[in-house]
Write a protein that binds this ligand. Structure first.
Ligand code: FEO
Ligand code: CA
Ligand code: CA
Ligand code: CA
Length: 637
């Protein structure tokens, strides 16, 4: 979700009242002598990077011709590349889906069509049925809806969401969740396979099972589910992930926006405050559906904010909310297999001053027996990160009974810990970060990259070395090196890969010193890596923060070209870029173009863009695109 479109961008709805000072008092010694020697001290200009002492700028390994920064009503790829629209909001997904008719939207139709605001994209191969690399199941998240761009006569901006009538709410509810489509490459082009036996829509009403420590807990019981074990739907799917055994991890991010009428008299007052469930809802759903009204169904909100495991190969499978992985505003669920075969998942909590987490399964996964991994995610340890000013990172266990996580602090069981993971992390004195978005691991150098999108509310007395800028409107990227290359280790080191903003204009920017006038970026949100370990960074919020379109920038992560970002893709106005993912041969880059036309004053009748159709009467449509090189070569090279 982009910052301007948040429920109320001026408020920190997450309410982290933790007194943990972000090591703010230590600022004086933060820019240490070592930093100065490495050229890391914040100056007005681009400086050399952590771990890359000042040296003559060498060539980037990337050879594409960089785009020029700009912003207009369509998207742009470099010379020699082409972008194909793979699937748009409203296109058919499941067999029998009706054609998309913009003036006749219904919940029933939308449940069979591609949802709104595509975000994470996952590729699950179908190796048995064709040449590997040519055919996939693609899973796509649908994060939220832009009411003002979906329906005529409903006005502009966030306020339009509170004007939806019941039928429009039903469309919105069905436009959330995720899609599973089968795609294939034929010739040079990708297409969606019609009537695939895998095709599926998952929405905010799809029945799901709750498993792990919080299943059956009193705080998860509702009038329709007195057992606390089943829930309807998932909400606000943002960056996600997958498991080594081929399931999809759908994350729930800003779930709090869908609930309202939270009251101070509620037994959930502490939880609601910490997670931002408030009197006001961002949507009108609670007017028509009681479960979104916290005064009527106070525990319903506790059943959201989880990671949902879904088997994309079985359209009849029941999605499972894996509560062992903690409840927060999940962004990303990236896995790495540790040295001993246990599986590690990294996930950010995307809110100002929230934390970076990882989950480590108790047992190793079984590569030979897929079914043996079915409930692997129900047992494991949740950790939260503390970034120390000496460059070390410590992963602190969130385990009931350990340290302050005791009954005296309200943690009677591990269920209490995972339901209020934020409070547990506060008590463990984790480091409050500048909005952790996607987290990905580099398959070549084994390091972990944390997108910290921005934090306009960090005051000067709360900066620390991992979040070194006050009023950090452009964000930065932290790079973690696990100890001994073991992702299950509780120790590691960290550095800053880059600090975004315009070099020479914005203070504290950090890139390769040879960055071009088009190579700087703002508000990193998602990332991906190619098979050479080069990073693709997509952004969300650059128009507001920097007056440039959101897009994709690519850089080396090692060698002479480290952090020499270059502009590869420019989104249409109003859109953020999500879900970057490359095929294993690096020859196709899929992107989710989310909320095109989400600009001030943009309305259904007069949107700021009609991308990608550019037809009168048709509003902009969030879409997944496929970018290829015309000569068939790898992206970027
Ligand atoms: Fe949905 Fe954190 O962006
Ligand atoms: Ca974002
Ligand atoms: Ca995001
Ligand atoms: Ca990602």
């Amino acid at each position: 979700m982009s910052e301007p479109d948040r429920f109320d961008a001026s408020e920190n709805v997450g309410v982290n009242t933790s007194a943990e000072p972000s090591i703010g008092e230590l600022i004086g010694r933060r820019l240490s002598r070592r930093d100065a020697l490495l050229g890391l001290a914040a100056t007005g200009a681009a400086t050399a990077l952590s771990g890359a002492p000042a040296r003559a700028a060498g060539p980037s390994t990337l050879t594409f011709r960089e785009l020029k920064l700009g912003m207009d009503d369509t998207h742009h790829v470099p010379e020699g590349y082409e972008a194909q629209i793979l699937i748009r909001w409203g296109d058919p997904v499941v067999p029998g889906a009706p054609p998309f008719e913009i003036d006749k939207l219904t919940g029933a139709a939308q449940e069979k069509q591609f949802g709104y605001n595509c975000d994470f994209i996952g590729l699950h191969p179908l190796p048995r049925e064709s040449k590997a690399g040519d055919r996939f199941l693609m899973v796509v998240h649908h994060e939220y809806t832009n009411t003002n761009l979906m329906f005529a006569g409903i006005g502009e901006g966030r306020a339009s969401r509170l004007r939806s009538n019941k039928a429009q709410c039903e469309v919105e509810i069905a436009a959330h969740g995720g899609s599973i489509i089968e795609i294939a490459r034929e010739g040079g082009a990708w297409k969606v396979i019609e009537n695939s036996r895998y095709a599926r829509r998952i929405t905010a009403t799809t029945p799901m099972r709750i498993s792990g420590p919080a299943a059956g807990h009193d705080k998860l019981k509702t009038s329709s589910d007195p057992i606390g074990a089943t829930v309807l739907g998932m909400l606000n799917q943002c960056a996600g992930g997958e498991t080594p055994w081929g399931t999809w991890l759908a994350t729930e991010e800003n779930f709090n926006f869908y609930f309202g009428n939270a009251r101070d008299s509620s037994p959930n007052k502490e939880l609601n405050q910490r997670y931002g469930v408030r009197a006001a809802s961002a949507y009108n759903w609670m007017t028509f559906f009681d479960r979104f009204d916290a005064s009527k169904e106070p525990n319903e909100a506790n059943r959201f904010g989880w990671i949902v495991e879904i088997d994309p190969y079985d359209r009849n499978s029941i999605p499972v909310k894996r509560t062992s992985m903690g409840r927060f505003k999940h962004e990303g669920a990236t896995h790495v297999v540790a040295k001993d075969g246990r599986v590690v998942f990294y996930s950010g909590d995307d809110e100002r001053f929230e934390y970076v987490y990882k989950f480590v399964t108790s047992k190793a996964w079984n590569p030979r027996d897929r079914a043996a991994n079915r409930d692997l995610l129900d047992e494991g340890s949740l950790f939260v990160a503390r970034f120390d000013d000496d460059g070390k990172v410590a992963w602190l266990p969130l385990v009931q009974g350990q340290g302050p996580l005791t009954s005296a602090n309200g943690f009677d069981s591990q269920a209490d810990v995972v339901i209020n993971a934020r409070k547990a992390a506060d008590l463990m004195k984790a480091t409050p970060m500048d909005r952790p978005e996607d987290i990905e691991t580099n398959p070549v150098n084994g390091k972990v990259y944390v997108m910290l999108t921005n934090n306009s509310q960090r005051p000067a007395n709360r900066v620390d070395r991992a979040n070194p800028r006050a009023n950090n409107i452009h964000g930065h990227i932290v790079e973690i090196t696990p100890k001994d290359g073991d992702h299950a280790s509780t120790d590691g080191t960290w550095g800053i890969f880059l600090a975004a903003g315009k070099p020479g204009i914005d203070s504290g920017t950090r890139y390769h010193r040879a960055i071009s006038e088009n190579g700087w970026l703002s508000c990193p949100d998602n990332c991906a890596f190619d098979s050479k370990g080069r990073i693709l960074i997509s952004t969300d919020g650059a128009p507001t923060a920097a007056g440039i379109a959101d897009g994709v920038w690519i850089a080396d992560t090692e060698g002479y070209g480290r952090a020499l970002t270059r502009l590869f893709y420019q989104a249409p106005t109003g859109a953020e870029v999500c879900g970057p993912v490359l095929t294993a041969d690096d020859r196709t880059l899929f992107l989710a173009i989310q909320h095109p036309g989400e600009d001030p004053g943009s309305v259904f009748e007069k949107p700021s863009t009609r991308w990608p159709d550019f037809k009168d009467g048709m509003p902009p449509r969030p879409s997944v695109i496929a970018i290829t090189k015309k000569d068939g070569g790898p992206i970027g090279s």
